[in-house]
Design a protein around this ligand. Structure first.
Ligand code: TRP
Length: 332
């Protein structure tokens, strides 16, 4: 029997290159080796969209198309919708009974998102608790492996703690999952900031047009100490070079670029022009796949409906085992 993967995305806008590098590349690569479920976490998206929930319907389909465009094969992997599997909410409630507020406040993912989103003292209960809901997403599928971006690793750690606690308190029915971060883990923003993020406006979307990619790349930050072409550069600190490493198939050529930058033979303008071309070469096949679905959106809905139906057989099964383990399955 194959081991399981569960991973997911919040439908809060389209996915970008950072998502690809962190998680999507792995989910596409591993879809044949594992029994794979990709969850569109619309309830989790409500933590920051409760005041405009009408946005979810569109974003949900965008996220599905982003995954399909990247090569996720709906015949192989299962894409499913969180809110349509209410067993996940039930499990979230049970987990919340033995998870302390202080552990949530200490969670590094939560801490940095609170800061980044400027929440200060205005932290909603649901937002603070989203690691619990994510633990329910993962464990209800009894997933062994969870491909995620580096920023999400503390949530996987919290999930492991919850599983150990549950299994000790009641009965060993849940599986302690491992996180899996992509080769590059985290992609810096086009401005060189630590992370590509919609709220920072330093993002290249998987669905951006060729022109938009060229334009965003032309405005990218490079090594601030390289001002003239002949200045010796520091590629390891240059966002443009970091993108090369992530998206350049030809390692020898990337190595040459590094040498020429280090020695002052190559300028930033040339690098940016080349990077625009590299990214567009990578994105062109994605654009093509995406068009097929954009032309017929009902295809996307069909995939989501049948995926959710299949996934729900698992969520129903696990919640039965959970109720049994907790001795709250009063009537059969
Ligand atoms: N929090 C994840 C993110 O923002 C999305 C997510 C929701 C997820 N549920 C999940 C990731 C379960 C992995 C497993 O990227």
């Amino acid at each position: 029997m194959k081991k399981r993967i569960l991973t997911g995305d919040r439908p809060t806008g389209k996915l970008h290159l950072g998502h690809f590098v962190g998680s999507i590349a792995n989910r596409v690569k591993l879809q044949n080796t594992y029994e794979e479920y990709v969850l569109i976490a619309d309830v989790q998206a409500l933590t920051t969209n409760f005041d405009h929930p009408e946005k979810l319907a569109g974003d949900l389909r965008e996220i599905a198309m982003d995954n399909l465009a990247c090569g996720l094969d709906p015949q192989v992997a299962t894409i499913c919708v969180q809110s349509k599997m209410p067993e996940i909410s039930e499990l979230t409630t049970y987990f919340s009974m033995f998870t302390t507020v202080s552990s949530l406040r200490r969670n590094p993912t939560i801490k940095s998102e609170i800061e980044q989103l400027g929440m200060k003292d205005n932290i909603m209960y649901g937002f603070l608790g989203y690691p619990i809901s994510q633990a329910a997403d993962i464990t209800i599928f009894k997933a062994h492996l969870v491909p995620v971006g580096e920023d999400q690793m503390p949530i996987i750690e919290a999930t492991r703690e919850i599983v150990r606690r549950f299994n000790r308190l009641y009965k060993k029915v849940l599986i302690e999952p491992e996180g899996l971060v992509g080769k590059i883990g985290r992609l810096v923003g086009t401005d060189g900031q630590a992370k590509m993020s919609k709220s920072l406006g330093n993002v290249i979307y998987l669905s951006d047009s060729e022109k938009a990619v060229e334009q965003k790349v032309s405005q990218m930050f490079t090594d601030p100490q390289k001002i003239r072409l002949s200045d010796k550069g520091h590629p390891d600190r240059c966002p443009v070079y970091l993108y090369y490493l992530a998206f350049y198939a030809d390692k020898a050529e990337a190595h040459q670029i590094k040498k020429d930058c280090l020695s002052g033979k190559r300028g930033c303008v040339e690098c940016k022009k080349d990077l625009g071309a590299v990214l567009n070469k990578f994105l062109n096949p994605l654009r093509e796949k995406r068009r097929k679905f954009e032309k017929k959106l009902s295809l996307v809905d069909d995939i989501l409906i049948s995926g959710t139906k299949k996934a729900r057989t698992i969520t129903k099964q696990t919640i039965e085992e959970v109720r049994e383990a907790m001795k709250i399955n009063y009537f059969k």
